[in-house]
Design a protein around this ligand. Structure first.
Ligand SMILES: [Zn+2]
Length: 503
């Protein structure tokens, strides 16, 4: 039980002069504590190592997998091994903000209370972490899985949440600040790039403004080499008209990437006022005639688009631009009718909503993540130097695109896409495993957002806010569902599901 397992010093340590903290990389509680430790350890006194056969054997022969999984182990720079509550007080001594915990924690009655509390958490943690794969492969998964109860899972997950809560709130404030700054800098702005061949028009509207302010999604119309793409919703029409009045915009065609309300509300209108032909894919045109009735939250904030009226043309495999052509590539996933436009000469991809950042956890109900993954794998085969998202963000390393913090993201587009591909593959694995083990959907959802992933707590407040304000329409739950959609499934909405009373 007590601190030192043995007296004799061990052979070698990977990090000289540092405290090595061995934690269970699969455990919510351990991960939460490690992220706190990293936050307060400004001077890099500690190094946190997830338990694994290799780590243990390279560090000290006295460390065993079973013991390390049971309790926290810390190896001091002097080669001593501290275990459990004593390991915690040993770490607490290192930092001014926690020194009091260390001083009290070594004395009666706090030491006894601390050990009791630590024992309780460690015991439940063990059953939790083992039920979710990973480190348990090294231990005895069957035995452990039997012990694992959902109650233990939820108590650990909830505890993990409360341990993170200050971090969640802090990052929510930071994110809100950043969103506000981007909103102000893009308000009614126009962004001319590549000698005017690429123009981003930022669209605003009284109620639509709530979206960029609360969630950071910007509304745009993109004009590339004469082609106006996705010109916004009816509630942004005045903003679009203002941009047109300012002149100096050459529009020769209007094209829709997919039938979502914030992209298609002004198709006929723009085509009429500019006297140019309108193009949509066959499926998009079908979705727009008539356009399904939106749930009231979306209709109120974004606006119900009018039905598509003829004349319009169906998109083929390419569409001609002023100086060349764009390839039209079907990319189902974000929704079934999605297409992207690709300029092979400029190596530029107009991605619409087929790419919405590498990490995106609150999809719409018509997302099919398996199809999305296949579409992204297809896009990985293209040579892309500039990636323009439908909501205004641009990923590029090219020097002829000037800096615009928060809008231009200095990152190789292929790296950004491959990160998303990896993330979706990981989710697929996690969700498939969950269903195979017959876990309830809520548990699978939670297991897709382990507190050990920075993005889980960083975007927690925003994601839950989106869930709340969209009445569950866009949510982390939809992310799980998006992996189990069958082709035969009608585009479901939360409302339909609620009315039929099913899961
Ligand atoms: Zn969309």
């Amino acid at each position: 039980m007590v601190a030192d397992i043995a007296e004799k010093p061990a052979k070698r340590y990977p990090a000289a002069g540092m405290y090595s903290v061995l934690y269970d990389g699969q455990c919510e509680i351990c991960q939460a504590c490690v992220s706190w430790l990293r936050t307060i350890d400004h001077e890099n006194n500690t190094t946190c190592l997830p338990i694994g056969d290799q780590v243990l054997s390279s560090m000290d022969s006295r460390l065993t997998m079973d013991e390390c999984l049971r309790q926290l182990h810390v190896v001091t720079p002097g080669g001593e091994i501290r275990v459990g509550w004593d390991a915690i007080t040993c770490l607490a001594r290192l930092f001014p903000s926690t020194r009091l915990i260390s001083a009290l924690g070594q004395r009666f009655p706090f030491r006894n209370a601390g050990k009791l509390l630590y024992g309780f958490i460690a015991k439940n943690r063990y059953s939790l972490s083992k039920c979710r794969g990973g480190a348990c492969r090294a231990a005895k998964p069957d035995k452990v899985r039997q012990q694992a109860k959902l109650g233990a899972f939820w108590s650990c997950y909830t505890l993990g949440f409360f341990i993170r809560l200050p971090l969640v709130l802090w990052s929510a404030i930071k994110a809100a600040e950043q969103r506000m700054s981007i909103f102000v800098r893009t308000y009614h702005k126009r962004f001319d790039l590549l000698n005017g061949r690429l123009v981003i028009l930022f669209l605003n509207g009284m109620l639509p403004n709530a979206v960029p302010v609360l969630f950071g999604e910007l509304f745009t119309a993109i004009i590339y080499d004469g082609i106006a793409i996705d010109p916004g919703s009816p509630k942004m029409r005045r903003s679009l008209a203002r941009h047109l009045q300012q002149g100096n915009l050459k529009i020769t065609k209007v094209v829709a990437t997919h039938a979502h309300e914030e992209h298609v509300g002004n198709l006929n209108w723009l085509s009429e006022v500019t006297g140019t032909p309108l193009y949509a894919s066959e499926m998009t045109a079908q979705f727009l005639t008539p356009f399904k009735k939106l749930p009231w939250v979306r209709a109120t904030i974004i606006g119900q688009p009018p039905n598509l009226k003829p004349p319009y043309l169906l998109l083929g495999e390419t569409v001609d631009t002023e100086s060349g052509y764009l390839q039209v590539i079907p990319t189902p996933g974000h929704c079934d009718d999605h297409i992207v436009l690709y300029d092979p000469k400029e190596k530029l991809l107009l991605a619409g909503d087929a790419f919405m950042g590498s990490y995106f956890a609150t999809p719409n109900p018509d997302v099919d993540s398996r199809k999305w993954l296949a579409s992204l794998e297809l896009l990985m085969e293209l040579d892309i130097e500039i990636l323009v998202e439908g909501h205004g963000h641009i990923h590029t390393l090219r020097a002829d695109i000037p800096d615009f913090p928060g809008v231009v993201i200095r990152e190789d587009p292929k790296v950004a896409i491959s990160e998303k591909v990896n993330y979706l593959r990981w989710l697929r694995e996690q969700i498939e495993a969950g269903f195979q083990e017959d876990l309830p959907v809520r548990v699978i959802e939670a297991s897709c957002f382990p507190w050990g992933r920075r993005t889980s707590w960083e975007t927690c407040a925003t994601d839950e806010c989106i869930r709340l304000l969209s009445l569950g329409h866009f949510s982390r739950t939809e992310l799980v569902r998006s992996f189990v959609r069958k082709d035969a499934d009608q585009l479901p909405t939360v409302y339909e599901v609620r009315m039929s009373g099913g899961e």
